[in-house]
Design a protein around this ligand. Structure first.
Ligand SMILES: [Zn+2]
Length: 264
């Protein structure tokens, strides 16, 4: 039998990171596009430094906001340590968007003409351990009769294909809009421009993590997209995290009250 190729070297480290593993809160935070890091074996994928630091490689600011929220909400945070240029963990293996050879305006030479062995190496090295860790976390919580509210944190680029985006925060949902509805209702009292299923929605295939773990189990869930120019520095990250943590707290407690009154 051929020895299985290892994608990640010792220096690369693990694919998945977990912050606050012993947190007691109901919210489970997930950040699929936390990192722009590439495993050593891929070099630069043939990309310029500009492309490698841009939103095609990661969601700038998203991890910092998620880490602040993890502390504020006493929440566990699971995040991917490698770039979505290698594998986009918010896409299933059969999706053409899981590994892109063109991302927005950038060609990705290192992703062109990949064979099946390379695709499955990337899937088994990054995607499977990541989604597996989320599945395991939710199962352990369920075994201890603990609730899970699944919240994924993303950022988006202010200019896409040359068009400026006015929305500042997107509250995204798939078939289950309970938490998104509550958040949108509460958000109308705040300063950010918050919109439903913008700048993406379920038709764009962006709710994969929610579909995989929250919808089948009936868990409250939402995907949050923050325009990345608002969270480019620590001050902006703190403001966004404070706002979103408060919005989640209010919305979850409103839903829990509704449930307890038997009118949900
Ligand atoms: Zn993202």
């Amino acid at each position: 039998m051929l020895a299985q190729t290892e994608m990640l070297s010792k220096a690369d480290g693990e694919a998945v990171a977990v912050d606050n593993p012993d947190a007691a809160g109901d919210v489970l935070l997930v950040c699929e596009h936390a990192s722009r890091r590439l495993p050593q074996r891929y070099g630069t994928l043939g990309l310029s430094e500009e492309a490698l630091s841009s939103h095609i490689a990661w969601d700038p600011g998203a991890l910092a906001v998620a880490q602040l929220m993890a502390r504020q909400l006493d929440a566990t945070l699971i995040y991917q340590r490698f770039s979505r240029l290698i594998y986009d963990c918010n896409r299933p293996p059969e999706s053409p968007a899981a590994i892109r050879d063109v991302s927005e305006i950038f060609r990705v030479p290192g992703n062109e003409n990949l064979n099946n062995a390379e695709r499955s190496l990337r899937t088994s090295s990054l995607y499977l351990p990541f989604q597996g860790r989320i599945r395991e976390e939710i199962a352990v919580r369920r075994a201890h009769s603990r609730e899970t509210v699944l919240v994924t944190i993303h950022s988006f680029t202010p200019v896409y294909f040359g068009r400026k985006r006015e929305v500042e925060i997107g509250i995204l949902h798939d078939r289950d809009s309970r938490l998104a509805d509550a958040m949108l209702a509460a958000a109308s009292r705040h300063l950010y421009r918050v919109e439903r299923n913008e700048p993406y929605g379920p038709a764009d295939g962006v709710t994969h993590t929610l579909e995989l773990h929250a919808l089948p189990a009936g868990l409250l869930n939402v995907m949050i997209e923050i325009r990345n120019d608002l969270i480019a520095d620590e001050a902006g990250q703190v403001v966004a995290a404070d706002f979103l943590s408060q919005l989640l707290r209010e919305s979850i407690s409103a839903l829990t009250k509704q449930n307890n009154n038997g009118c949900a």
